[in-house]
Design a protein around this ligand. Sequence first.
Ligand code: FES
Length: 278
Amino acid sequence: MQKEGFESSWEVLEQELANLDRTVRALDALDDDAKKIAVEVKETLEAFHGKVLRQVIVCLRDTPHGEVLRETLLQDPFVVTGLSIYGLLQPTQSQKIVTLLEYIRPQLRLQGGDVEILALDGDTLTLQTTGSLSGCGGAEIQKEIVEVLHDQVDTHLRVVFEDQADLDAPKGAPIVLGKFQEIAQLGDLPDSKPIPITVGSERLILVKLGDQVSCFKDSCAHQGLPLDTADVCDQVITCRWHGFRFDAISGEGLSIPGVDLEKVPVQVRSGAVMVRKI
Ligand code: FES
């Protein structure tokens, strides 16, 4: 479908990406020296394009009506895909919900239950639960799903469940979603530096600023590279890879608005640092 005012469309994009794939695959036929040069050229061009796009986004941020221009540009499939490739586009609310539900789904299925999105209308999300998540028996886990959605997506999201009971579904032990787990003692953590930790299979970083601790996914919002070597100074995290800056407490992107770190809930209870695991 072609949008008015743009020459590109998703069909054209698909075709172009297929051409690009073919060209990249052709590199395999080159000898090692030629391949090395080709990869260097590709990386140099990518770095150049990344800088250009970043400048454009910063300019839009600082320009009156920049937000309107940005929204218009985001109707173009090439712009959306290009910004996503360079890590300059934050996932939408619905993408975040889908990703989160995919993440917790294996735990739900293990317990004989499941959840599907029926509708997202403004701030109201309607979910359909099945199996052990349905009816009164599923109330506890439904409550936990809501908490996780509020923590990870939006505190204002209104979540409505529509049950589809399946009485034959197996019942297992209660599911523990999103419980806080003790990670360290506050007094043992160094100040103002990223502290890498692993919770479950998730790599995270803690940042302690005095009595306050923040926790983020160990993945820079720019290109997803690790943050464990980042600098922390004056309440700002600076990624060492390309210099993107983030607020060390909220994770908010300071280099590009909306390009934020993914926050993980953390608490300090009686000197113990507790991280919420999903
Ligand atoms: S990965 Fe590029 S600034 Fe962090």
